[in-house]
Write a protein that binds this ligand. Structure first.
Ligand code: PAF
Length: 286
């Protein structure tokens, strides 16, 4: 027993939240698919700092997996997750099942145009529709005032911000910095799928991105930096690059030069595991 109150029904969650709101309390939600690591726990910490009540959700959302094998292999560690949350004294761990989230006859999809056609969206058809649909449901079910997402999934963060604005959902979407292993690898539940051998070159993705950001700050052309970066990542042992792009922070449009707040974003395959990462690039105003 972890001591974290677990609710599995939407109506139980809604009853709890209604009570808190009636008492004027600020409610935060941290949506997750479990396999919690320090990155998730940093979101919980951020939520605890500014909210009176914190709900963590755990639902491995089938609608956002474009590959059935990926869904099957996704780590499921509810007991361990609850134990990791215990020291934070979160108010509820909400663990709905598939029937709770997508009952028979479920027929609605939330789709955010534009932002979802590029980067991961171009390589994972339907992924962001699945994310947008489940996040909209979690926002409405939890009635949260604030929701906490990691910058690690930068495109997801922008998609979620857009849907909350477009659908007038009264929730503040708070983006929190990526948490990294000591060697720079961005923390991700997918890292658990890397063998010891594959784990060795994994931080190279971040290392190369940092070097490219540095090159940009020295005035080098992105095109040249990108070609060299991709070659270096593949030489390190990655098998395929999905993308290595410089994009505007807000609308994710392609940039040649960081003449406005920009982000480097990359996705690459290592031993059958798809790793993504992104870093901020300081704007160059010359
Ligand atoms: O980032 C995730 O873990 C998932 O995409 C989310 C936001 C919990 C939706 O299922």
């Amino acid at each position: 027993m972890s001591g974290v109150p677990i609710l599995r029904s939407r109506t139980d969650l809604q009853t709890a939240v209604l009570g808190w709101k009636a008492a004027g309390e600020v409610v935060g939600v941290v949506p997750t698919m479990g396999a919690l690591h320090q990155g998730h726990l940093s979101l919980v910490r951020a939520a605890k700092e500014v909210c009176d009540r914190v709900v963590v959700t755990l639902f491995v959302n089938p609608k956002q997996f474009n590959n059935p094998e990926d869904l099957e292999n996704y780590p499921r560690t509810e007991e361990g997750d609850a134990a990791k949350l215990a020291p934070f004294k979160v108010d509820v761990l909400y663990v709905p099942d598939g029937a709770q989230m997508y009952p028979d006859g479920f027929a609605t999809t939330v789709s955010v145009a534009g932002l979802t056609n590029v980067l991961c969206g171009a390589h994972r058809p339907g992924h962001f529709d699945g994310v947008a649909t489940v996040v909209t449901k979690l926002f409405l079910q939890s009635g949260a005032d604030k929701a906490f997402f990691g910058e690690k999934d930068y495109q997801q963060l922008q998609v979620v911000r857009r849907l909350a604005r477009d659908l007038d959902i009264p929730v503040e979407v708070v983006g929190c910095p990526t948490i990294r292993e000591e060697d720079g690898l961005a923390m991700s539940s997918r890292n658990l799928l890397l063998s010891d051998r594959a784990r060795i070159p994994a931080p190279m993705l971040h290392e190369v991105m940092q070097d490219v950001a540095e090159g940009l700050s020295r005035g080098k052309a992105f095109g040249e930096l990108k070609a060299a970066a991709e070659a270096r990542i593949l030489r390190a042992g990655f098998t395929e690059m999905d993308y290595f792009d410089l994009r505007a922070c807000d609308d994710l449009s392609v940039l040649d030069t960081p003449d406005r707040p920009a982000r480097l974003l990359a996705a690459a395959w290592l031993a059958g595991v798809r790793l993504i990462d992104n870093i901020a690039v300081p704007p160059r105003l010359d």
